[in-house]
Design a binder for this molecule. Structure first.
Ligand code: 9MR
Ligand code: ZN
Length: 537
């Protein structure tokens, strides 16, 4: 996609040449640079990048900072055209944020005014949802309106735990980078109102009597790949209440209170009451832990064996908002017994959100043991990410390429951005930009993983509206390389790769590939955070 004039600018070259050339998009030669000698180990063996199988060398043109459109050429090979411009990411930032609007489910549909003729659609999934098991004594007779919110991904399910991650990332973006709160991204609303659209749906997912929160609402099976949202008329079902969904919900609602209190105190109050009610359910059900989705469903499971990290997050947000002792007591005793603090930005591991909430609680004494332990843990986590970044041939801070690797990488960049807020370091900032450059095309597949951005970008995401309209909704981050794809039955990429394919290359831009090329709200959301950090002037 491009670089800002003052940032580092590097291309990775995999051929055996000595020089590289930089041309303007209209073919004027502007500079010639030398490629460095090959990196070698102690025995003089050339280093091969483990994750991609490539021997990479850096074509560094950082000092070149003229604005315009350019490409790099090494002998006959040309890179895609990229830009050098101060605001090179602005359009992308708006586009990545607008995806949440495109993912809207429910009442008003999405209109031509904002979605254009192609992607506008009628209201969808507005029927009442039943509890999946009619014989259940407490919930069996439940039939409620849970319309609204965002479709999770390429499918039309709506799931509370990944939704909580997406909401948390957008709230963190609006809070940490105030300029983002004003960004007009071409939808009907700005970031906080768009996020509220999801929060209002989440409120409907709480059982008003028990305070417990249903894990998800979906049809029994996924809609066909050719069904537009409004054509998917199957009965909606609620899955069981889970400790994960209830705790994530409590965390999100406590956080929402702080974010919306100035804008709409009545709404903020509603969130606060719901958060406390959810916490009551959690204290009344201390043994609720592993979530296993009923076999009734053929939709996403979001199975999660451990709910304690979600409770950790709930306690941290509730403490930050209310300052009540009981939440601090919970945090103190939970953290005291642990050597690792559940690092992760969801959907399964929510510990890093808890850490961030506690570390940014204003009244907390920075010399107390709890603060010091959590901060040390956060900084150690960032340091391990930096170690990985330094070793990698494409400067990717990933140890493993799993389903949704682009999310893991984006989450890791978020950790570095927040670590940089706690203790500023040049390395953190440099590593964040390298992760963004990877997502935007500087990678072993030579493709931008964000639809619509970059000359050579993913065009065939596993996303129903994009497949049906034969055009990708722009601004969506696809899942990316998946080193375990061979175990995924039914994914065409499983047959396109073999044991020898390096993990960073287990990817193809085909729309059947739900395990490398799907899109998700909680894959876009950490990217919004990264772009928010760069947007903040
Ligand atoms: O993002 C999820 C990934 O971490 C899991 O490994 C994978 C298999 O359980 O499921 C992914 O989530 C999918 C969800 O189940 C349904 N909607 C689409 C999600 C992205 O592929
Ligand atoms: Zn819908």
């Amino acid at each position: 996609v491009g670089y800002r004039p003052d940032d580092s600018k590097v291309a990775f070259v995999v051929s055996q040449d000595r020089t590289f050339k930089l041309y303007t998009a209209d073919d004027k030669l502007f500079m010639t640079g030398n490629l460095p000698v090959y990196k070698a180990d102690e025995k003089g063996e050339v280093l091969v990048d483990e994750k991609s199988g490539d021997i990479t060398r850096s074509a560094d043109f950082t000092n070149f900072n003229l604005e315009g459109s350019f490409y790099i050429k090494v002998r006959a090979d040309k890179s895609p055209v990229f830009k050098i411009e101060p605001n090179v990411y602005d359009g992308l930032t708006a586009g990545v944020l607008k995806v949440f609007y495109y993912q809207r489910c429910g009442g008003n549909g999405i209109t031509e005014e904002y979605a254009g003729e192609k992607f506008a659609h009628d209201p969808c999934h507005t029927g009442k949802a039943k509890y999946y098991d009619p014989t259940n004594e407490i919930y069996g007779s439940v039939e409620i309106d849970v319309s609204g919110g965002w479709h999770d991904a390429g499918d039309y399910g709506r799931y509370v735990t990944p939704a909580s991650k997406a909401v948390a990332d957008l709230l963190l973006t609006a809070e940490h980078f105030p300029a983002m709160a004003d960004l007009d991204f071409g939808g009907p609303d700005k970031i906080l109102a768009e996020t509220r659209y999801e929060i209002e749906w989440m409120l409907k997912m709480q059982n008003p009597i028990t305070g417990g929160v249903y894990h998800k609402v979906t049809t029994k099976n996924h809609a066909s790949m050719t069904a537009l949202p409004e054509a998917d008329k199957d009965q909606l079902y609620l899955s069981p209440v889970s400790a994960q969904a209830t705790a994530d919900f409590a965390a999100v609602m406590a956080y929402a209170y702080r974010m919306y209190n100035k804008i709409d105190p009545a709404f903020a109050q509603e969130c606060m009451v719901a958060a406390k009610k959810a916490w009551e359910w959690l204290t009344a059900n201390p043994d609720a832990n592993a979530y296993v989705d009923p076999s009734f469903f053929g939709t996403g499971t979001y199975n999660d064996g451990n709910a304690k990290d979600e409770l950790f997050w709930a306690a941290a947000e509730l403490f930050k908002t209310t300052k009540e002792e009981k939440y601090l007591d919970y945090l103190t005793s939970y953290v005291a017994g642990k050597s690792n603090l559940d690092n992760g930005f969801g959907w399964a591991d929510m510990g890093s959100y808890a850490q961030v909430a506690y570390l940014t609680t204003e009244s907390v004494d920075k010399n107390d043991e709890l603060y010091k332990k959590i901060k040390q843990n956060f900084i150690d986590h960032a340091a391990s990410i930096i170690e990985t970044w330094k070793k990698d041939g494409y400067k990717v801070a990933l140890d493993d390429y799993v389903w949704g690797s682009n999310k893991d990488l984006s989450d890791r960049a978020m950790i570095l951005i927040i670590a940089n807020m706690l203790e500023e370091k040049h390395e953190y900032k440099a590593a964040v930009l390298d992760q963004l450059n990877y997502l935007l095309g500087r990678n072993a597949m030579d493709i931008s993983y964000v639809t619509g951005y970059g000359e050579k970008a993913a065009k065939h995401p596993h996303h129903r509206q994009s497949v049906i309209n034969e055009q990708a909704v722009p601004g969506m981050l696809v899942g990316g390389p998946n080193g375990y794809i061979m175990d995924v039955n039914g994914d065409p990429v499983a047959k396109m790769v073999d044991e020898k394919t390096p993990p960073a290359k287990c990817y193809a831009d085909v729309d059947g590939s739900y395990a490398t090329n799907e899109i998700c709200i909680y894959w876009n959301s950490p990217l919004v955070y990264i772009l928010g950090y760069l947007y903040q002037k």
